[in-house]
Design a protein around this ligand. Structure first.
Ligand SMILES: *[C@@H]1O[C@H](CO)[C@@H](O)[C@H](O)[C@H]1NC(C)=O
Ligand SMILES: *[C@@H]1O[C@H](CO)[C@@H](O)[C@H](O)[C@H]1NC(C)=O
Ligand SMILES: *[C@@H]1O[C@H](CO)[C@@H](O)[C@H](O)[C@H]1NC(C)=O
Ligand SMILES: *[C@@H]1O[C@H](CO)[C@@H](O)[C@H](O)[C@H]1NC(C)=O
Ligand SMILES: *[C@@H]1O[C@H](CO)[C@@H](O)[C@H](O)[C@H]1NC(C)=O
Ligand SMILES: *[C@@H]1O[C@H](CO)[C@@H](O)[C@H](O)[C@H]1NC(C)=O
Ligand SMILES: *[C@@H]1O[C@H](CO)[C@@H](O)[C@H](O)[C@H]1NC(C)=O
Ligand SMILES: *[C@@H]1O[C@H](CO)[C@@H](O)[C@H](O)[C@H]1NC(C)=O
Ligand SMILES: *[C@@H]1O[C@H](CO)[C@@H](O)[C@H](O)[C@H]1NC(C)=O
Ligand SMILES: *[C@@H]1O[C@H](CO)[C@@H](O)[C@H](O)[C@H]1NC(C)=O
Ligand SMILES: *[C@@H]1O[C@H](CO)[C@@H](O)[C@H](O)[C@H]1NC(C)=O
Length: 369
């Protein structure tokens, strides 16, 4: 009787431990724990859970090239850059949205945390005011959600193990575009330098908070040339009659990159042990646009899915028209890249040269110097 009891109890303990650890280890011994924060470029369904928000993509034709043609909430015909980055690090796709995990039973919720979490919410920005009228999850609130995840790790494995685990985890952040869009939508009169420096000091505060929570390895994706997306080309076309990139927003995006590069250089001396990789999505995307045929795109101006001129007069929804070949388009809808463009961006972040990602590329983040 005594042995019969002792066997099941140690067996039970093993089961508990493996329930905690297998999800993380089973994929691949070298698979890091991944956390993703940001906006629609990285959202994998967060906003589906926001009843009050209209910023959603959980309907066709979104997801037409996703496994089983599912509309998951991604603003893409298939996977987005968060998924492709996660895949490059050995995961199946991006970890699930925090808000979808919250719908699980508490013990399932906790078990899933070991596979990583995606907090990104479409429409959000660095500033709490960006998207506040859209009821999305601002970056500061995403970080609050990460704090509850950390508390749950601590409750499960203790604070030392949590600290060790988070220090090895990868934190990907893709944000800033919506703040710049907001500046222009608001017809703000704040001088450009002042606005950019507000964004940068806010970014600095967020990174410092994440560092305080134990994050050490950051993969940061800067703002792409948002002036070249179909919606902004349409704005330019209305002004000049030509569907060129809208230079003002691009100018802000480029200045933002330089300032962010500068900030990250500085921050390494203030936050010991921090390691980062900064992706220059501005240059990456401009080079693709300038050499479209080399990257096998035939259309880098119009959306593949949408309504009207440049398919940028209405969103990608069920009544929108689709381009004939989705692999030939840079843009999926009026704001977002196609699956192919997202794959290309992730590949460049992961293994690109210092022209595109510096001081190291994302593939080097998991390793110690
Ligand atoms: C959102 O709506 C769903 C379904 O209508 C409901 O179950 C859920 O409680 C709502 N969530 C919030 C936060 O209001
Ligand atoms: C683990 O992932 C790495 C990087 O993706 C890969 O090189 C390696 O072959 C994988 N190992 C196994 C056992 O799957
Ligand atoms: C835009 O205007 C709204 C409403 O006045 C304000 O709440 C928000 O902070 C502004 N956003 C930016 C990015 O300036
Ligand atoms: C764990 O997560 C749940 C759900 O978000 C939260 O309510 C709780 O406060 C968290 N913290 C701990 C210590 O369990
Ligand atoms: C946690 O780490 C600290 C400092 O390294 C150590 O003093 C302490 O004993 C550890 N606690 C546990 C529970 O291992
Ligand atoms: C939210 O604010 C932005 C910037 O002022 C504006 O362009 C947008 O139309 C507003 N959206 C809603 C749903 O009120
Ligand atoms: C926009 O920028 C491009 C590249 O810097 C330049 O060639 C073009 O003349 C600019 N267009 C306008 C309308 O300022
Ligand atoms: C970085 O440090 C330099 C030199 O100390 C300083 O001039 C600059 O303002 C700093 N930039 C940021 C963004 O913190
Ligand atoms: C593409 O075009 C840019 C100019 O924007 C050029 O500097 C770059 O080297 C070109 N080549 C590739 C492979 O992107
Ligand atoms: C799709 O978008 C168009 C253009 O904005 C709109 O007129 C139409 O009502 C939308 N259709 C659906 C099913 O939401
Ligand atoms: C980037 O990544 C690749 C593959 O992971 C690596 O071999 C290469 O040295 C890195 N390139 C640079 C310029 O750091």
């Amino acid at each position: 009787m005594a042995t019969a009891l002792s066997v099941p109890s140690s067996f039970f303990l093993l089961v508990i431990l493996s329930n905690f650890f297998i999800p993380h280890l089973a994929t691949n011994d070298t698979t890091p724990l991944v956390f993703i924060l940001g906006d629609s470029t990285a959202d994998v369904g967060t906003n589906n859970h926001l009843n009050q928000s209209d910023i959603k993509a959980n309907f066709p034709h979104n997801g037409i090239d996703f496994p089983h043609s599912r509309s998951t909430g991604r603003f893409s015909n298939g996977f987005n850059s968060a998924d492709y980055l996660a895949k490059l690090f050995g995961l199946r796709r991006s970890p699930p949205p925090f808000l979808s995990l919250l719908t699980l039973e508490p013990h399932h919720f906790r078990k899933h945390l070991f596979k990583g979490v995606n907090f990104a919410s479409a429409g959000s920005g660095l500033l709490d005011t960006t998207g506040s009228n859209l009821t999305v999850v601002a970056l500061s609130e995403q970080i609050t959600q990460l704090t509850t995840v950390r508390d749950n790790f601590t409750a499960m494995i203790g604070s030392n193990a949590t600290e060790a685990m988070l220090s090895e985890a990868l934190f990907f952040i893709s944000i800033g575009s919506n703040d710049i869009f907001g500046y222009f939508a608001n017809k703000s009169t704040m001088p450009k330098e002042k606005f950019i420096s507000t964004l940068i000091s806010t970014y600095s505060a967020h990174i410092t908070t994440l560092y305080g929570l134990g994050a050490r390895k950051f993969g940061i994706i800067s703002v792409p040339p948002i002036g070249c997306c179909p919606s902004q080309r349409l704005v330019q076309k209305i002004i000049t009659g030509k569907d060129d990139c809208f230079n003002s927003t691009n100018d802000f995006a480029q200045t933002f990159y330089s300032a962010l590069d500068n900030l990250l250089h500085n921050i390494t001396s203030q936050l010991p042990g921090i390691k980062y990789s900064l992706g220059n999505s501005f240059k990456m995307t401009m080079d693709v646009i300038a050499n479209a045929t080399l990257y096998e795109f035939t259309n880098v101006k119009a959306a593949c899915c949408g309504h009207g001129d440049l398919k940028a007069q209405g969103p990608c929804n069920q009544t929108a028209s689709l381009c004939p070949d989705r692999r030939e388009y840079l843009f999926w809808d009026l704001f977002h890249p196609t699956k192919k463009a997202s794959d290309l961006a992730a590949e460049t972040l992961y293994s690109g040269t210092t022209d595109y990602v510096s001081p190291i590329n994302f593939s080097q983040l998991p390793y110690d110097n």
